[in-house]
Design a protein around this ligand. Structure first.
Ligand SMILES: [Zn+2]
Length: 318
């Protein structure tokens, strides 16, 4: 899969936030470049609610508006000899602000990073250097009948990248994140995540039977045909994930996570987001770049959330 690297050291910079001063050049390379792909600078826009309402297409509503000169200057860099399927460009931004560099195939964004362009580094930039340690352990179980892997591989890639930037390893069992037996039965028709009228309590009783749950060392993720409302026809299908906690669903053990196998968040940060809840953060961030927000392109993990993960029941020392 094509991805972004820094130049010339070839370090992966996917989902990074890069701090630049105005007019300071930044060189970014693309591995796996093809003629279908385009590297563009964009505004760091939030959801376009009007487009979201009209089209219900997350890609159209969450995409960054492309910018060019004079705000952003772009110049292609010469290809170093011997590098195949590779391209690099230099970007610089004239004004202070938050921007994104997106690698696009049509309206699909294959990879991206954030640029924080300011004379003085903003406060949140300090959090980029906050580090945790150890391994975050996740166990996947399926409550669907089908074999589609849905959004899970993307979610795992994004969570791995985001957590690794902050010193955590991510360990997933089973190691192949596709539909697998054994699975939880009798919930194929749907898991309804409504606190009063749903069937999450019953699902929780099944989850509690799993040795990976009762060991208390992993957070269990149930891949399900999940929805928010009891009447299927009324549901808009937008529920991507739900963390089941003792506070909200009056279960007795550790939190577990439900991911909707039929929904795909735009940025793929849903697993990382729900793991933040499972680690004890019940709130949401108003900062739309943060993982614990509802923003379209989330990559920020503030120091407080790193501390939550450091204390999480599903973290191990090594
Ligand atoms: Zn949430």
């Amino acid at each position: 899969m094509a991805h972004l690297v820094s130049v010339p050291d070839d370090k992966r910079v996917s989902l990074d936030t890069i701090y630049l001063r105005p007019n300071q050049p930044f060189k970014v390379g693309v591995y796996g470049m093809t003629s279908d792909l385009k590297l563009v600078a964009t505004k760091d826009t939030n959801w376009d609610d009007k487009v979201l309402k009209e089209t219900k297409d997350l890609r159209l509503a969450g995409t960054g508006e492309v910018i060019g000169a004079p705000v952003c200057k772009t110049a292609p860099l010469p290809n170093p000899p011997g590098k195949k399927d590779y391209a690099a460009s230099q970007f610089s931004f004239a004004n202070e602000g938050s921007y994104r560099i997106e690698l696009r195939n049509g309206i699909n964004v294959w990879d991206w990073l954030r640029i924080a362009c300011y004379v003085k580094p903003p406060n949140g930039i300090a959090d980029i250097n906050t580090k945790g340690s150890g391994t975050l352990n996740v166990h996947i179980v399926w409550a669907t009948a089908g074999s589609a892997s849905g959004p899970l591989p993307h979610y795992i890639t994004v969570a791995t990248l985001l957590f690794e930037k902050h010193g955590f390893k991510l360990s997933i069992t089973p190691t192949t994140p596709t539909f697998s037996e054994p699975r939880i039965r009798d919930y194929e028709k749907g898991v309804v995540c409504d606190k009063n009228f749903g069937n999450v309590q019953g699902l929780a009783a099944e989850v509690a039977k799993l040795p990976q749950y009762s060991s208390g060392k992993s957070v269990v993720v149930v891949m399900a045909n999940a929805r928010q409302t009891i009447e299927e026809y009324k549901d808009d299908g937008s529920l991507a994930g739900q963390t089941v906690t003792s506070q909200d669903f009056s279960i007795s053990g550790n939190p577990f996570i439900i991911l909707n196998a039929n929904c795909r968040s735009l940025d793929g940060a849903t697993l990382a987001h729900e793991m933040g809840h499972a680690a004890g953060f019940c709130d949401h961030s108003g900062e739309t770049s943060h993982v614990m927000s509802y923003g379209p392109r989330r990559n920020g993990l503030p120091a407080g959330r790193i501390q939550d993960l450091q204390k999480a029941f599903f973290r191990s020392e090594s």
